[in-house]
Design a binder for this molecule. Sequence first.
Ligand SMILES: [Zn+2]
Length: 468
Amino acid sequence: MPYIKETSIRRTQDAADIVQIIESYGVKLRRVGGNYAGLCPFHREKTPSFNVNPQGQYFKCFGCGAAGGVIKFVELIERLDFVEALTNLAQRVGVELEYEKSDYGARSPRPASSGDHKKALYWANKTALNYFRRALAGSPADAYLRGRGFTTDTLKAWQLGWAPDDFHGLLDFIRDELTRQNAGAKFDQAVKFAVEAGVLRRHEEKQNYYDAFRGRVIFPILDARQQPVGFGGRVLEEKPEAGGKYLNTAETPLFKKGRLLFGLNFAAREIGERREAIIVEGYTDTIMCHQYGVRNVVATLGTALTPDHVRLLRRHVGQDGKVVALFDADAAGKKATARAREIFMQEDAPLWILPDLAVKDAAEFLPKFGAEKFREFLNSAQEAFACLLQENLGQNFGNDLSAKTAAVMNVMRVVNLCPNAIRRQMMRQQVALLAAVDENLLPQPEGKREEGRGKREKGRERSLFRNR
Ligand SMILES: [Zn+2]
């Protein structure tokens, strides 16, 4: 830890009460003598073996062996590294981290936004969530969600809501909330934070403010502490002026789409235990899977998978764990699968791919066919590279050599994304074998072309295929 000052680390540890911090993640602790005990958040258990010592400010689980201080706890539960966990904790307890002046410069991630600022953004999101949730009962969203098969418990657990088709609903709600708290004077400031959090918008010409989400089913995106960091809103009827079927919060200091996964707050434990994560396309797919007891499921937030997502998933499943992609059985789903395959290849992370479902998606499949059939289906996942080979080279090309050449090039484009030379070599061998092509003729990754054997071949007219 060369960059953050030792004194800052100590001040953060002193300011954070380990019991409070642990409880903020939904762990229920009961006083036992001088200590606290509860069910361990890191493994599944029925009798509490998770102990917290408030004097020593440490925790220890006698079941799974997890142990450490408050920073360690945040590291484990949020799957952060030490610096990230420390930064996160310091913000929450209001300690400003100081950095060592070093020759390397300040490479530690400085908080982009201060603790108070983030608190204000959380406040805006929480207030908006309250507004959306209160509006749910008896709303068109309620009817829609129940029609799709979601239970009351599910609606509650996932804190689903409805944004009424009203330009000032949330704006008025914020005013009322502040008045109720005798903080009416803070209205202007609160509105600015609500704009920054993405729940209100500013009309530049009229110089007024209005609700960002209107006439939409609201899917809150919660962080590991179950606090809302953003929202996904789905329209019920697609109107051209409504601005797309899905509207998501834009990037904010709390909401980084490329680094967040929908449902991870509920799925993290199960993913860690099963060492397997299933990634789906939609909010409703995720929620339906959880409702049917398949709880290691997450979704991206209406964006393509990013390298950060892959790393995040990898941290959760562990080094030898498994990530399985289940995307929709349509053209967009195909594209998402291809993209996922490339990103995982780039990150040298294994990926399994599920075949198309008989219906559009998991949200439709589960109510129709049930969890048992779904679990059977989940067993049919195929390793991504094997899929790639099958898709491209698993057919008889006959005499169509240009189609076969294109197929080989297609596979090699993906193979060459892999930074791991050993794995790349093994994949090349498989391609060569399957296509009956001399392995040395297969294209090398960009920048590697001048190396080794390829050099001799350079500039020479060459046929990709052996004569058979
Ligand atoms: Zn444990």
